[in-house]
Design a protein around this ligand. Structure first.
Ligand code: KIV
Length: 268
């Protein structure tokens, strides 16, 4: 396989502009980082979903900064070309700008290329402060798992006009503050498509239909090892494959070609 060039923010933005789909998967350790990187995944997300799929918690809320740093270090040691995003866990940025800067700095020192935080206009000042200090930021709107209790469970967001208007205002505020990427989770396909078209930064969807600049799934979900009931938007990429490498390559191929996701199946 030819050597891959290291992924950059410039290239991700170019992919968004050219309509080339971006493939992203969550990743929490070195073995999978090497495999996903070799299989051609563009972006590895050290997601706080690690609290659920690695640690066995019911939500992402218990994940600590120390754990996020540890898993980011594991991934960064083995990834060669993929862009690495580290999630800022619950409680690591909600307190103040100083707290957000301090914790984001730890994740960048651990090997992240970008940090991700959840929330709308209220996080815009944090985003600006991080970007001014040279830390690239990815926003996260729609269903935001750290707010699962406020949102009343795993529900599709953006279902009425007021909610859609709020999403546009939030996305605009994040972009204006300097966010260089955005994750949209659990939104109607048409809403995510319109939001993506309105922004000049790459938008990565999960359960948000095919109109985004790229797709992300939780690794354990697409490998069908999470157990329990899977959301409708998840596809089992192990089906028809004999090994994990094949499943990941098939995910990359289907995201790039637009065969994943299927817009009729994007609800929870
Ligand atoms: O933590 C995570 O895995 C995430 C994805 C659901 C986007 O934030």
């Amino acid at each position: 396989m030819p050597e891959r060039h290291a992924m950059t923010l410039h290239r991700l933005k170019q992919m968004h502009a050219l309509g080339e789909k971006i493939s992203m998967l969550t990743c929490y350790d070195a073995a999978f980082a090497a495999l996903l990187d070799e299989a051609g995944v563009d972006v590895l997300l050290v997601g706080d979903s690690l609290g659920m799929v690695v640690q066995g918690h019911a939500t992402t809320l218990p994940v600590t900064m120390a754990q996020s740093v540890y898993h980011t270090e594991c991934v960064a040691r083995a990834a060669r070309a993929a862009w690495i995003i580290a999630d800022m866990p619950f409680g690591s940025y909600q307190g103040s700008i100083d707290q957000a800067v301090e914790n984001a700095t730890l994740l960048m020192k651990a090997g992240a290329h970008m940090v991700k935080l959840e929330g709308g206009s209220w996080v815009a000042p944090l985003v600006r402060a991080l970007v001014e200090r040279g830390i690239p930021v990815c926003g996260h709107l729609g269903f935001t798992p750290q707010s699962v209790f406020s949102l009343g469970g795993y529900r599709v967001q953006g279902r009425d006009t007021a909610a859609v208007e709020a999403l546009h205002a939030d996305a605009g505020a994040l972009e204006a503050a300097g966010a260089a990427m955005l994750v949209l989770e659990l939104l109607p396909s048409a809403v995510a498509r319109t939001l993506t078209a309105a922004l000049s930064i790459p938008v990565i969807g999960i359960g948000a239909g095919s109109g985004c600049s790229g797709q992300v799934l939780v690794l354990h979900d697409m490998l069908n090892v999470s157990g329990g009931r899977q959301p409708r938007f998840v596809r089992n990429f192990m089906q028809g494959q004999t090994d994990i490498r094949g499943a990941v390559q098939s995910y990359v191929k289907d995201v790039k070609s637009g065969h994943f996701p299927d817009d009729s199946l994007h609800g929870y």
